[in-house]
Design a protein around this ligand. Structure first.
Ligand SMILES: [Zn+2]
Ligand SMILES: [Zn+2]
Length: 140
């Protein structure tokens, strides 16, 4: 275990898929973070919602071969998954300028925390939001 304190902010965060065939680093400089409750994010993750952080695409770098991934979508906008275990490792969005990283794939702890909930209008009826973060019916 690495010692951590608030005085030592990591410059790069590690992330990986379930099996480890896809690994990447991303700067600990997310511009925003939120919990998305839309049906797509729920189905992709199998969870009530997807906590994710947004950052310039150039701040994310694969450390394994791109051959280990398959892209769901087109060359510009897609979800990148591990070809072997299926984990979604990031989404390339906003004309390929940004990456949305599901915070659950990070093995290091980002400085940012989700600040709001989006697409609450389509959230799972069996899940109750119990925090006080702002909620938006659709996108922010
Ligand atoms: Zn994998
Ligand atoms: Zn979503």
């Amino acid at each position: 275990m690495k010692a951590r304190s608030s005085a030592t902010t990591p410059k790069a965060l590690n992330g990986q898929c379930t099996c480890g065939a896809v690994r990447f680093t991303v700067s600990d400089a997310f511009e925003y973070a939120m919990n998305c409750h839309c049906g797509k994010c729920r189905r992709t993750t199998g969870s009530a919602f997807k906590p994710m952080g947004g950052i310039a695409r150039a701040e994310l770098a694969l450390t394994t071969s791109p051959d280990a991934m398959f892209l769901y979508g087109d060359a510009t906008t897609h979800d990148a998954h591990c070809r072997i275990c299926g984990s979604m490792v990031y989404s390339q969005v906003r004309d390929a300028q940004y990456a949305h990283v599901p915070l659950g794939v990070l093995t290091d702890t980002p400085s940012i925390r989700p600040t709001h909930h989006i697409h609450v209008g389509s959230k799972a009826p069996w899940f109750e939001i119990t925090d006080d973060l702002p909620q938006y019916q659709e996108f922010d």
